[in-house]
Design a protein around this ligand. Sequence first.
Ligand code: B12
Ligand code: SF4
Ligand code: SF4
Length: 292
Amino acid sequence: MREDLKSFAVQLKNAITGFVSTNPGNYCELSQGPYFDEPLIGFARGDDPVFDRIKEQVGPLSWTPYEALVGSLPPGELQKRIEPEDISVVSWVLPINTLIRATNRREKTQPSPEWSYTRYYGEKFNNILKRFVTGWLEARGCPAVAPSLLPGFRIIKDPARGNFTSTWSERHIAFACGLGTFSLNDGLITARGIAHRLGSVVVNAKLPRAERPYSGHMDYCLASRGCTACIRRCPVNAITGEGHDKELCNEMNYSGEEAARRRKRLGFEQTGCGLCQVGVPCEDRIPARKSP
Ligand code: B12
Ligand code: SF4
Ligand code: SF4
């Protein structure tokens, strides 16, 4: 890789890490500590064939990185000139802080208030981070966009794909950028575990190509070795040996009566759940595979 590209990638990683460690938005009043610890950051190039496989998984309405960036630019010369190989994706994992995870680990039927704050206010910080990263790149002459903040971003109910999908799946993007693999409960298991939030930006610049230290899409999950920990953690039986029932999960997280009571009690919209993301062997690491 050319030295100037390598150093640009290092500068970008340092800028993201510095922002997460110093921005006042990354502070939870309830736990009196950060929402998120030091991020993991990965890259992929727009012409990586993995994005065609991902479109098959996420659905025809989902965007490739090329479609997200070019679709967001004003019509003109630049739009016509950009090729998939000229663009890159930057994806990050924001590991949820240990104090917050500990509160949710104690819960059996409802998310802890600290976890709900992370879902709502922590995600606001994640969106601030997306704007910071696009601004940082644009200030260096590289057009950039955060696809999940585009006005066209949509969550889609698609029965052909197990009900819920979207125009930009952050987990699939993180998978493409070498940051982790999927799991029985759908969550992405990363080197810092499954309890995290994800974000990404697409940029007209050449950043390092992805190195994916896995081949299968569920390599880090121990379900095939008999792990049932997340099945047992789910209060509404939304996870079975067959996978994750998103409809039941959505009721628990957002649309059901209990979620409505939680909303009222806490005074904000999205309160989440995430009981399956803590108290499990993949909570904060890639779980060890014991020999059979
Ligand atoms: C819609 C949505 C939901 C829906 C449906 C979830 C779903 N699985 O799709 C509901 C309401 C149920 C939900 C719940 C939660 N969510 Co949610 N949700 C989203 C959202 C907005 C879109 C998801 C999406 O597009 N999915 C696309 C579909 C196709 O993905 P999928 O079905 O999981 O994919 C499967 C297949 O593709 C399959 N697969 C099969 N073959 C192959 C082959 C290859 C090559 C590949 C790559 C994949 C693959 O692998 C996957 C797993 O089985 C994202 C934000 C975003 N923009 O991405 C957040 C997001 C996925 N949610 C997140 C979180 C944290 C949660 C909750 C913990 C709530 C909370 N905060 O307390 C729960 C956890 C539920 C769970 N066990 O996963 C995080 C994920 C973090 C993580 N640990 O992985 C995201 C990324 C938000 C964020 N910005 O961080 N969520
Ligand atoms: S708890 Fe076990 S089965 Fe569930 S996602 Fe983690 S490793 Fe996979
Ligand atoms: S987020 Fe909650 S309801 Fe959804 S699968 Fe996990 S534990 Fe079950």
